[in-house]
Write a protein that binds this ligand. Structure first.
Ligand code: CUA
Length: 329
């Protein structure tokens, strides 16, 4: 409704109107009360103006109904905003089951994007209209913040861990990507463009890129180069746990704790393998910190995602119990 005012960015995702409606509601509530105070102030100032300098104010003893009123009204207004905002928040942080996955890395001062099919881009992101996209990202150096105003999504890129945003573009066009966290000299130049394309144009773009192999296939090569496959044997007879079907499942750790095998868990297991030891295995895996770049970590994760369940020998796979709705968040 107010999106025609150039003060606000275009609404180009399904989340944009959801976020804006809440924002406009809060704007309306605060605007109303600000106006009320100013208008009453002026009105009373005129009405009770003391020309003579001799008037004496009436004694005020307080009013219970008034006090209850000005306590309860703000309470209900605040609770309405809280409940509404909670509903919006869950929509923002819970991507749908089927999303197109994109990995991104922020570094001073650029954004690198990797598509599942292997395309890589810098400060450019091509996505199809009408598909839910999930961007999983981290930072190679300092805090950055991936911000796409037209989709109303943003999240910090934090060194050493994954963040994610999701959006479903509703309008074809080229839109801004910003870094929204001050990260040094060229922070203001850490910008890019997201290109929302018709599905056919997107397919053509996908096919046109220099094919370096899908992320998963590059991950498979790396998996062998780093000799991960010598310990993580698919049938579970290796010195490390089999990775078949692990992604999306609940993994039982030494000490009995359970952990969901998501992107963050796989990443952590590669970089700080001692932190979470799978039950039944020794703490023998070395760290790969400094040996695998953020971009390559994404390929390894995509490779682990492709490893099918059911290839492990009986008994050895007890550490990876498939969870209900595995793979979906
Ligand atoms: Cu990166 Cu600001």
């Amino acid at each position: 409704m107010l999106s025609g005012i150039p003060l606000f960015p275009e609404q180009a995702s399904t989340l944009a109107p959801v976020v804006d409606n809440l924002y406009f509601f809060i704007l309306a509530v605060t605007g109303f009360f600000a106006l009320l105070v100013v208008v009453l102030n002026i009105y009373f100032a005129i009405k009770y103006r003391d020309d003579t300098g001799l008037k004496v104010g009436a004694p005020i003893t307080g009013s219970i109904p008034l006090e209850i009123g000005w306590s309860l009204v703000p309470f209900f207004v605040a609770m309405a905003i809280f409940v509404w905002a909670t509903v919006v928040f869950f929509q923002l942080v819970r991507p749908p089951d089927q999303t197109l996955e994109v990995y991104a890395t922020g570094k001073r001062w650029m954004w690198r994007f990797q598509h599942i099919d292997g395309q890589r881009e810098i400060n450019q992101l091509h996505v199809p209209v009408g598909r839910a996209i999930k961007v999983t990202f981290t930072s190679e150096d300092v805090l950055h913040d991936l911000y796409m105003p037209v989709f109303r999504v943003k999240a910090d890129a934090i060194p050493g861990r994954y963040s994610s945003i999701w959006f479903k573009p509703t309008k074809v066009g080229d839109y801004h990507i910003f870094c929204a966290e001050y990260c040094g000299t060229n922070h203001s130049a850490m910008i890019g463009q997201v290109h929302v394309m018709e599905p056919e144009a997107y397919q053509a773009w996908l096919a046109g890129g220099g094919l370096t192999g899908s992320l998963a296939s590059r991950g498979e090569q790396l998996f062998q180069q780093l000799a991960c496959n010598t310990c993580h044997v698919a049938d579970g007879t290796g010195r490390g746990p089999s990775l078949a079907g692990v992604f999306g499942s609940q993994v039982k750790l030494e000490g009995g704790a359970m952990v969901k095998a998501d992107e963050t868990y796989v990443r952590e297991s590669i970089l700080t393998p001692q932190r979470k030891i799978v039950q039944g295995y020794g703490p023998i895996m070395p760290t790969f910190q400094g040996l695998v770049s953020e971009d390559n970590l994404a390929t390894l994760i995509e490779y682990v995602k492709t490893l099918p369940a059911g290839r492990a020998a009986a008994g050895q796979q007890a550490s990876a119990v498939p969870a209900a709705g595995a793979g979906a968040k």
